[in-house]
Design a protein around this ligand. Structure first.
Ligand code: BDP
Length: 705
């Protein structure tokens, strides 16, 4: 009796731990498909023994075993994987592999040795690995695999993560624990997580990673640290991932014993050449340098009266002979410059179009300020046809509620990529600028500021994994639909049950707009708490620089609210193609979602709804709060489809988000009402606390700084 009770207990324990999930498996869970789903066990034909093909084969085996079970001996279906060079069988099929390019793949249904076969072929091993992940994802998302004719190749060449990881393992704007790079134990010990990380990235086609913060330390370029980076590069290599380092521009002074870092100085140039040679000895496929120069106090060429082009080209000449690139950030602005911060990146870079080396990429943030919940696209896109322009998105949610707010960033990325710069006439989308199509550029890039850390879930929350995922998918194909990607992710990460996928994809697709509503509706921006950027801080003023305050951006006063970027104001609209700028400047044309980004308007200005601006603002804040309520309700209904552990975490985080959305609404309404001097619209609740209360809150230990 007692023994059987123990046994039952044990069985229950095993069953529940088998199904408890902590998110560590990401979208690569490979749980068994439902009986009757129509997938059958499949044998894998012998595969050539190269480092990458070994990984591809192991992945295929692992995926198939998990999803459909191991194939019995003599299974009548077989999968062939490889390249024509490594597999005579694949060479014999004479496949049209040209379209797959360097990194793409082809998946075909065929007959082989009288058996029905699936062929996953590529020109290079890495394409085979990408193809294997794609094939498995078809089963994971329950698509038919019997009659396949897929060709896929990435539209963007450098698809990379930027880690803002410091050498002490803190992560700037990181909300998922410590840095996954255990620098202290490197290079001697390579944590198994590094391979898991590479595997997850390879499943998306990400092929580069910048290991350290753009606010870089010169130390990371010294011998011992190059060795550490080298150990990581060794792990990542078979997964097709190259390592890059952020370079501190003043390194020649700090670690080279020079008096200057002037890019025109021969000794400085020699320092960087020698440094590049030293790195390439350890890391022969080193990707290159990422540089933040003359921005937010970082050193740069302008300290010596030289230009961004001088600085970037000097580094490009150092890494160029080794095949490396320099990624030079356009996120530059200075508080000594009185002009609108939104104009400064364009003003500093546009004049140098055509002066950067071929192996330089100018990396431009999606918008002209800084990763806000919503920004119009950056005016540099389309404005530098003779330069390589890359995209920088933020995956970590510095400005969208850290790890605890649910905000799927797919729609944000898609909104930017689909925006029409009209630079070469209609249809000149940002996607076409950065995939090189618009101006025939070959070196193309898309970077995402990573949200990865030591947290078991990698990203600090389950839904934040979707942001890593959608970033990778869009870097492969910037024209893909964020809704389709959300559906794939939800099926793979949680459940393919349509009763789950439908509501959850809708929830995800609306989530970012909900955050915009309760934080910064109608084109408001930069209204968060000072320095840590946590919570509302529309009153933030004074301090070391005006362009780090909220009042600089909202310009609220008794006369109204919003930043006038028309010709009457800063004239930032003039940095866009004429038709685009004219629309932004015209109240009849500009989308209301960008209204206060471009216009300063009276509180009684009439919105399209007929409400006054003040009423519209308040109702949008409240709509945001209601949006979180609705997400909570939907998620509650999803309990039958999700394991208890992950369901509980998402539920708890949604409660935090609900409370903080209310706080954003109440604090913002209280503050702006001091200027509008108008009552709240009928039915709107008064903020429960005084403005003093909201202003008095302080968060010295908020994460991410
Ligand atoms: C801002 C962050 C800051 C970064 C900076 C950058 O607040 O921590 O260093 O961007 O991109 O968003 O360089």
């Amino acid at each position: 009796m007692r023994l059987s009770a123990i046994l039952v207990g044990l069985v229950l324990l095993v069953a529940s731990t088998a199904w408890a999930e902590d998110g560590h498996d990401l979208w690569l869970r490979y749980r068994p498909v439902e009986a009757g789903a129509g997938y059958v066990p499949t044998a894998i034909a012998p595969v050539a023994d190269t480092p990458t093909l070994r990984i591809a084969r192991a992945e295929l085996e692992r995926g198939l075993r998990g999803l459909v079970g191991a194939a019995p001996a003599g299974a009548d279906r077989v999968i062939l994987i490889g390249t024509p060079a490594s597999s005579p069988a694949i060479a014999g099929l004479d496949l049209p592999l040209k379209a797959a390019g360097e990194e793409g793949y082809l998946i075909r249904s065929a007959t082989f040795d009288g058996r029905s076969a699936t062929v996953i072929a590529a020109n290079r091993d890495i394409g085979v690995l990408y193809g294997v992940f794609r094939y498995l994802s078809l089963i994971q998302t329950r698509q038919p695999v019997d009659n396949l004719a897929i060709v896929s190749a990435p539209k963007i060449k450098l698809r990379m993560l930027n880690h803002w990881d410091n050498l002490d393992r803190t992560v700037e704007r990181g909300y998922a624990g410590q840095s996954i790079w255990d620098w202290w134990k490197l290079p001697d010990y390579a944590d198994p997580r590094y391979a898991d990380y590479a595997r997850a990235n390879a499943s998306l086609g990400i092929n580069g990673t910048v290991l350290n913060n753009v606010n870089a330390k010169a130390l990371s370029l010294t011998g011992p640290w190059i060795a550490k980076a080298g150990a990581l590069a060794t792990v990542f290599r078979p997964y097709g991932i190259r390592v890059y380092l952020s370079a501190r521009f003043s390194a020649p002074i700090e670690i080279g014993g020079l008096k200057t870092a002037d890019p025109r100085d021969p000794a400085v140039r020699a320092f960087w050449k020698a440094k590049a040679d030293e790195i390439y000895k350890v890391i022969p496929d080193f990707g290159g340098f990422l540089v933040k120069a003359n921005s937010e106090g970082q050193p740069g060429p302008q300290d010596y009266g030289a230009t961004h082009a001088d600085g970037a080209n000097m580094l490009a000449d150092a890494v160029g002979p080794h095949g490396g690139v320099v990624i030079w950030r356009a996120f530059v602005y200075s508080h000594e410059q009185p002009d609108d911060r939104a104009k400064q990146g364009y003003a500093e870079f546009k004049p140098f179009d055509g002066q950067f080396r071929d192996n330089v990429v100018i990396q431009v943030k999606n918008g002209a300020i800084d990763f806000q919940p919503r920004e119009p696209f950056h005016p540099l896109f389309g404005a530098m046809p003779k330069s390589n322009l890359g995209m920088e998105f933020q995956i970590t949610k510095e400005y969208l509620g850290f790890a605890t707010h649910l905000a799927y960033l797919g729609p944000l990325y898609e909104e930017t990529l689909r925006a029409d710069t009209q630079a070469r006439g209609k249809g000149s989308t940002v996607a076409r600028v950065i995939d090189g199509d618009l101006d025939g550029r070959k070196l193309t890039a898309m970077a995402g500021v990573a949200n990865i850390g030591t947290d078991r879930s990698w990203s600090g929350s389950h839904f934040d994994q979707a942001n890593w995922y959608v970033f990778g998918r869009l870097a492969w194909d910037p024209d893909a639909s964020s809704r389709d990607i959300a559906a794939d992710w939800a099926k793979m990460t949680f459940s393919p049950d349509p009763r789950f996928v439908g509501p959850v994809v809708d929830l995800m697709m609306g989530s970012r707009e909900t955050v915009v509503d309760y934080m910064t509706p109608l084109g408001l921006h930069h209204q968060m708490g000072r320095s840590h950027h946590y919570g509302p801080g529309p009153w933030v003023a004074g301090g070391e620089r005006a362009d780090w305050t909220s009042v600089y951006y909202a310009m609220a006063g008794p006369d109204g609210i919003g930043f006038d970027r028309t010709a009457r104001g800063s004239n930032a609209v003039a940095q866009y193609a004429p038709a685009v700028g004219a629309c932004f400047a015209d109240l009849r044309c500009v989308d209301e979602k960008d209204l206060l980004w471009f216009h300063h308007l009276p509180w009684d200005y009439r919105l399209k709804s007929g409400q006054t601006l003040w009423e519209g603002l308040v109702t949008r804040y409240s709509r945001g709060v209601a949006g979180v309520d609705a997400m909570g309700k939907t998620w509650g209904d999803m309990a039958p489809y999700v394991d208890a552990e992950r369901h509980a975490q998402v539920t708890a985080f949604l409660k935090i988000q609900r409370r903080e959305a209310q706080w954003w609404r109440d604090a913002s309404v209280s503050w702006f009402q001091t200027f509008s001097q108008r009552p709240l619209p009928a039915g709107e609740a008064l903020p429960p606390q005084s403005l003093d209360y909201y202003q008095g809150l302080s968060f010295p230990y908020a994460p991410g700084i």
